[in-house]
Write a protein that binds this ligand. Sequence first.
Ligand SMILES: C[S@@+](CC[C@H](N)C(=O)[O-])C[C@H]1O[C@@H](n2cnc3c(N)ncnc32)[C@H](O)[C@@H]1O
Length: 287
Amino acid sequence: MTVLTEAGDLVLLVGEDRKSFIRPLQPGDKLQTHRGEVLYDDLIGLPYGSEIRTHLGHRMFMLAPTTSDLILDLRRQSQIMFPKDLGYAMIKMGIQPGHVVAEAGTGSGGLTLALATLVGADGHVFSYDRRADMQKLARANLRKAGLEARATFKLRDIADGLDETDLDAMFLDVTEPWEYLAPARAALAGGGCLGILVPTINQVQTLVDALYDSRAWFMIEVEETFLRGYKTVPQRIRPEDRMIAHTGYLIFARAVTRLPEAEAETEELEAEDAGAASVESSEQQQR
Ligand SMILES: C[S@@+](CC[C@H](N)C(=O)[O-])C[C@H]1O[C@@H](n2cnc3c(N)ncnc32)[C@H](O)[C@@H]1O
């Protein structure tokens, strides 16, 4: 289907050198690049995919930006979650239209943008951060993408809890996520998905211990994604020489409520296991 651009549409303008610009088509305004200028009035009403020329004759193409394009183009004041982790996490957590979800912290709004796209007009994102400057930036980033109405920003330390309950999913991208497992569980519906990103294995260790200790989580998983780009020179298609080797570890868990007797059983089993382990270790020491 051919879609024509309209005044105000957000477009991706990419030169042959792959330098790209995401801009709204504001009537009367123009894009200035090192390869010349483009008047937006000349672009309004053209089909997406059109080849255009700067006033110096350089070729560009006009495309609709994807979620990945929008995220990589964000103004940043914090480390953002990158598409390779975001894409997997969103699928893993089953984020879909109509879902009501929360995240902390907002940061520059990378995850907020992905969540707001996926929950659609009927869903909503509640985004918590304790820094006002971060939320100001994230709000501006969401506004530019036309998604501001789908997110509510709350300036708060999540140690003080969330206002929402029965959420479909919650994501923690904070330094010490293990400190906020209780507020996250209180905000999630039974079975709701918790996702967490941490950059170091030390944090993973503390977090996994805390998840098991709290007994409010099931299907605890730790995963990592790797993405390798390829050079697309025809006849010489091969991996890029460099890759981003590490972004962070993804941790997922489902919110559950255990039966009191099941909890007692688990405690008994764990006590038995601990007893067996200590017998085994004293036997080993004696050998
Ligand atoms: C790495 S950034 C989040 C990046 C974001 N996920 C993105 O994709 O743009 C971490 C944010 O968490 C916020 N933060 C850390 N601890 C917090 C807490 N206890 N309550 C609320 N926000 C917190 C910080 O202020 C910071 O803005």
